[in-house]
Write a protein that binds this ligand. Structure first.
Ligand code: C2O
Ligand code: CU
Length: 498
């Protein structure tokens, strides 16, 4: 991504070479990433005898077999998803990132309430990791749960650059026999177009007629790969996406060559689901089974049993399943689009289901995050809201500009808040497209006892209110996790000092 001018201005003001030199200057508008308050926050998370977990990621061009199609792409090492990283809550994670890509990159630790200078946002929390250079991330992982990592540089996430980060509880309750992690993705890279080509097409498509632009139904008029005027809509989401993908993947495989998840009949499985897609929400169901949702974005919820689950980009869910006897399709329908990802659940001999299997559960009860309640242990303490911010989500396919409060990032000012405040964010969707809104460095709570989360789907014309406690000073990106919307402007920051 070409560095955006205002980001450069921000960085210029901070002085990338000398963050420390200005850290004493307590401006609320731009908190230096390595401010004293950031260091103090990290010191509070650290414990003596803290375990150190080290890992290494090499971002590089490679070719990947998706289970038939072989694509040239960028990945961490030679697999998609990248290496599974695993630590326990309270551990110190040290990850060296070697950048062998032809361009600069970064790694963001999605959902982790970490120190701001390790958040991985180039131009805001660190300098980009230049081609051929390395950067070592080092931070305490405070909370258990299912997380993932990906670049925060342009639309690199829509390549093969993502992987799961699991943080275990120090005292694992272990109320399951088997654990599976399934990462979902929408795939275009190496099929004749790169994600950068897709973004260029979206921006160049001009949204067809002005009418369509104002209808904002996600009906782009771009070349192949954007929607060709075909409306991608869903009863659950309204405008469901801007990009038609040739493939949908579960753990890096197309449905014709799915991964197999093995268990014995009657075993209890903890299934961790991650949506690493860039423009696709998935409706997930397991044929012949019901799912008991136990965690959303890493944090426990009051368990809910459902037929299917809707997962926006950037969301994660943990579910418990008691496995039946046979072979079953775990289907992730590309919501509002044509196609699906698939994994096979196998506990006995049997004929595998078709690649396009559509278990009845997909049409049963579908749970969204707004249907969930936080578990008692993680409910935000009730208190007065000190500061509210409205985030009006706008934009359309016309000109492909997506905005928060009318501004496309990097225009617009950071939303001011102060340390210690209870902050309410009101995401008000004024467009006809759904937006999975994500806040860095915090796990907010949907108001009135709703789930703790870091990413929440906001449907067209819907308002979703979330509360967070400003207890992690820094500059934190707040943005749509549709990576094309984010790159087209739907990002802002919240910013505060201790
Ligand atoms: Cu996974 Cu700024 O996002
Ligand atoms: Cu969006």
């Amino acid at each position: 991504m070409p560095e955006l001018s205002r980001r450069n201005v921000l960085i210029g003001a901070i002085g990338l070479a000398g963050f420390a030199a200005v850290s004493a200057c307590e401006s609320t508008a731009a908190v230096p990433p390595n401010a004293e308050s950031v260091r103090r926050g990290e010191a509070l998370r650290r414990r003596s005898g803290q375990r150190l977990v080290t890992a290494r990621l090499t971002a590089r061009p490679t070719s990947i077999d998706l289970g038939g199609p072989v694509v040239n792409t960028w990945a961490y090492g030679d697999s998609v998803p990248g290496p599974l990283l695993r630590a326990s809550a309270g551990d110190l994670l040290r990850v060296r990132v070697d950048n062998r890509l032809p361009t600069s990159t970064s790694v963001h630790w999605h959902g982790i309430a970490l120190r701001n200078d390790m958040d991985g946002v180039p131009g805001v929390t660190q300098a980009p990791i230049g081609a051929g250079t390395s950067f070592t991330y080092e931070f305490t992982v405070p909370d258990p749960g299912t997380y993932f990592y990906h670049p925060h540089s342009g639309v690199q996430l829509d390549r093969g650059l993502y992987g799961t980060l699991l943080v275990d509880e120090q005292a694992d309750p272990g109320d399951y026999d088997v654990e599976w992690t399934v990462v979902l993705d929408d795939w275009v890279d190496g099929t004749g177009r790169t994600p950068e080509d897709v973004l260029t097409d979206l921006k160049g498509s001009g949204g067809g007629t002005p009418d369509q632009g104002h209808d904002m139904g996600g009906t782009g008029m771009g070349d192949m790969g954007t929607s060709n005027g075909e409306a991608m809509t869903s009863p659950l989401l309204g405008g469901a996406g801007d990009v038609i993908y040739p493939h949908y993947l579960a753990n890096g495989r197309i449905p014709a060559a799915p991964v197999t998840l093995a268990a014995k009949p009657g075993q209890r499985v903890r299934l961790r689901l991650v949506n690493a897609g860039s423009d696709t929400a998935f409706r997930v169901a397991l044929g012949g089974h019901r799912l008991t949702v136990t965690h959303s974005d890493g944090f426990p919820v009051a368990p809910v049993t459902t037929d299917a689950l809707l997962i926006g980009m950037g969301e994660r869910y943990d579910v418990l399943v008691t496995v039946g006897d046979g072979v079953f399709p775990l289907v992730a329908l590309a919501e509002g689009k044509t196609g699906n990802a698939l994994a096979l659940v196998r506990s006995a001999a049997g004929t595998p289901p078709a690649a396009s299997a559509r278990p009845a559960e997909l049409e049963g009860k579908v749970t969204l995050s707004t249907d969930l309640r936080a578990a008692d242990t993680v409910r935000l303490q009730p208190r007065q809201v000190d500061r509210s911010h409205d985030l009006l989500l706008g934009g359309s396919m016309a000109g492909y500009r997506w905005t928060i409060n009318g501004e496309a990032f990097p225009d617009g000012d950071p939303l001011p808040i102060e340390a210690g405040q209870r902050v309410r964010l009101r995401f008000q969707n004024r467009s006809m497209m759904f937006h999975p809104m994500h806040v860095h460095g915090h796990t907010f709570a949907l108001v009135r006892g709703g789930a703790r989360k870091d990413t929440v789907i906001v449907r067209p014309m819907q308002t979703v209110e979330v509360d967070l406690d400003a207890n992690n000073p820094g500059q934190w990106m707040t943005h749509c996790h549709n990576i094309y919307h984010a790159e087209a402007g739907m990002m802002t920051t919240i910013s505060y000092q201790a």
